[in-house]
Design a protein around this ligand. Structure first.
Ligand code: NAD
Length: 506
């Protein structure tokens, strides 16, 4: 397998208070998931003291940054956008090499990050509050957003460029300062992003980068007393701890985007080709490692046989290979833990009595044996509340086809998971999709599309175990600001609302 560029070993550094810090103690290695014998880079392994230094720098920088004009803050993002445009191809190559995403998807992710930066820049000149009438004619009421303070940005490996920008962008624009902890699986693209923030001129301390593991950096960061908001995207397991830690701290809030068991619902009037394409993309793009990846195709029984034929003919010819090979549809899983988890769920589907339709297992040919390549696993399973494979997130190329007989049943099946992130319905009937739109639990809904492919100027978030009601991307503004009420009296005397007397001479 040839990669698009020569292999150089990257060197990681923290960035704290306007200065780079080389590893002075423990380090960790990052390896290419498509070829694990290839060492990509070595990174400093941050700890509690690194976190304390970064949070201290962010706290110190908060007041001057908050006092900087919102429009000036937006202009830093204008410069950042131009730098991302300049470096799009190089960033995509780093992202593909490190995460195993195919180059086309890696590039699309860089563009998605760019769109967030452009959105943030444009938002700087938009209103950030409202003027509201008072019942007293001489009073003006204002609702104004104020930044919360220091935001911890803790991000996953599977969108290591776009997701950090979904969080860093709104946080910094609104006047917060930030400590950014990239995933230990994708530290290099996080560091490249940091370099661009520096080149764009963001002042020292406004954004700080700490590399390291979840327990050693993510946890002390999320629990730090001087952190006001934790913006987290990742697994439910970690997100649920972050929610608890935030609840235990009086001043802290959190925005948590977590896992899913997303689905495509195929109605009996669906266009078959569109349905098969939508399910294939939803389940197997990024080898099923998107938070919104469909683990389930919920298909009307009338269409089941032709749908399965169409699906299998597509899926069996997908190429899971070198991220830099333009013929690859998707790349490897990110690590051995991911492979073992998918293998365990594939076995569980068999144990739970599923009818197996496709089971290629781990790719062991010469080109792929050194990487974490899994091929699609597709099975048919009647809906059963006790079938764990139909309810739990697998995060790999693992798809259940679940038949249904009427819409009420399809809705019950769709909602029968602890998650609620993304839902697509394939139908030609405008009355039908409205029912699914209203009755299913999700944050992002689609009609006649895959259940993947969000755009940044929409809120991105889910319900139940998928989110805590603070969506990210454009909607993160709500999580990193608090709304203040501010009342100004233009009269020379005091008149109280609700008819309350202001007479102090009685
Ligand atoms: P993960 O939860 O393992 O890690 C995410 C981040 O949390 C990493 O930076 C990690 O170092 C950190 N972390 C790990 N343990 C921690 C701890 N004890 N305290 C604090 N931080 C800790 O997730 P991942 O494997 O990187 O990403 C995959 C998961 O993310 C999937 O469940 C996927 O569905 C989810 N995801 C959700 C969205 C969304 O918007 N809903 C988007 C992308 C990914």
């Amino acid at each position: 397998m040839a990669t698009a560029f020569a292999t150089t070993t990257w060197t990681g550094r923290h960035y704290i208070d306007g200065a780079w810090h080389d590893a002075s103690g423990a380090t960790f290695e990052n390896r290419n998931p498509a070829r694990t014998s290839e060492l990509l880079g070595v990174y400093p392994r941050g700890d509690r003291s690194t976190v304390a230094a970064a949070v201290g720098a962010a706290r110190e920088a908060f007041i001057p940054w908050r006092r900087t004009s919102r429009i000036r803050r937006g202009e830093y993002f204008d410069r950042l956008a131009r730098l991302i445009q300049r470096d799009t191809d190089a960033l995509a190559a780093v992202l593909a090499r490190e995460s195993g995403k195919i180059l086309n998807e890696a590039r699309a992710e860089v563009i998605e990050g760019l769109h967030m930066v452009q959105y943030v820049c444009g938002t700087a000149r938009q209103p950030y509050g409202t003027v509201i009438a008072s019942e007293i004619a001489d009073k003006d009421l204002y609702e104004r957003r104020k930044p919360r303070g220091v935001v911890a940005v803790v991000t996953p490996w599977n969108f290591p460029f776009a997701v950090p920008l979904w969080m860093l962008g709104p946080s910094l624009l609104e006047g917060n300062t930030v400590v950014f902890k990239p995933s230990e699986e994708t530290p290099e693209i996080g560091q490249r992003l940091m370099e661009l923030f520096i080149e764009a001129g963001f002042p020292a301390g406004t954004i700080n980068l700490v590399h390291g593991h979840g327990e050693e950096v993510g946890e002390p960061l999320a629990r730090h007393a001087e952190v006001d908001v934790v913006a987290f995207t990742g697994s439910y397991h970690v997100g649920s701890m972050i929610r608890r830690w935030a609840a235990e701290a009086d001043h802290k809030t959190c925005a948590c985007e977590m896992g899913s068991k997303s689905a495509v619902i195929v109605c009996d009037d669906a266009r078959l080709d569109l349905a098969c394409d939508a399910v294939t993309l939803s389940a197997f793009k990024t080898s099923g490692q998107r938070c919104v990846s469909a683990g389930r195709a919920i298909v009307h029984r009338k269409l089941l046989a032709p749908f399965i034929d169409g699906l299998l003919s597509r899926v069996s010819s997908l190429r899971f290979g070198d991220p830099f090979d333009p013929a690859s549809f998707a790349g490897p899983l990110v690590n051995l833990g991911g492979v073992e988890k998918v293998e365990a769920y594939n076995q569980l589907a068999k144990d739970e009595g599923a009818k197996i339709l496709l089971d290629g297992g781990r790719a062991k040919d010469a080109n792929r044996a050194d990487g974490y390549f899994m091929t699609p696993f597709v099975y048919q399973q009647e809906h059963r509340p006790d079938a764990r494979t139909l309810r739990e997130e697998v995060f790999g190329p693992h798809l259940a086809v679940i038949p249904f007989d009427d819409e009420e049943q399809a809705i019950r099946i769709y909602n029968d998971t602890p998650y609620g992130l993304s839902m697509a319905v394939i139908t030609e009937d405008y009355r039908r999709w409205r029912i699914f739109r209203d009755e299913c639990d999700y944050g992002m809904g689609y009609v006649n599309l895959p259940c993947i492919g969000a755009e940044v100027h929409l809120p991105f978030g889910g319900v139940k175990r998928s989110g805590n009601g603070q969506p990210s991307a454009a909607a993160l503004v709500d999580a990193v600001t608090h709304r203040t009420a501010f009342t100004v009296n233009h009269a020379t005397n005091i008149v109280m609302a609700q008819g309350m007397s202001a007479d102090v001479r009685k």
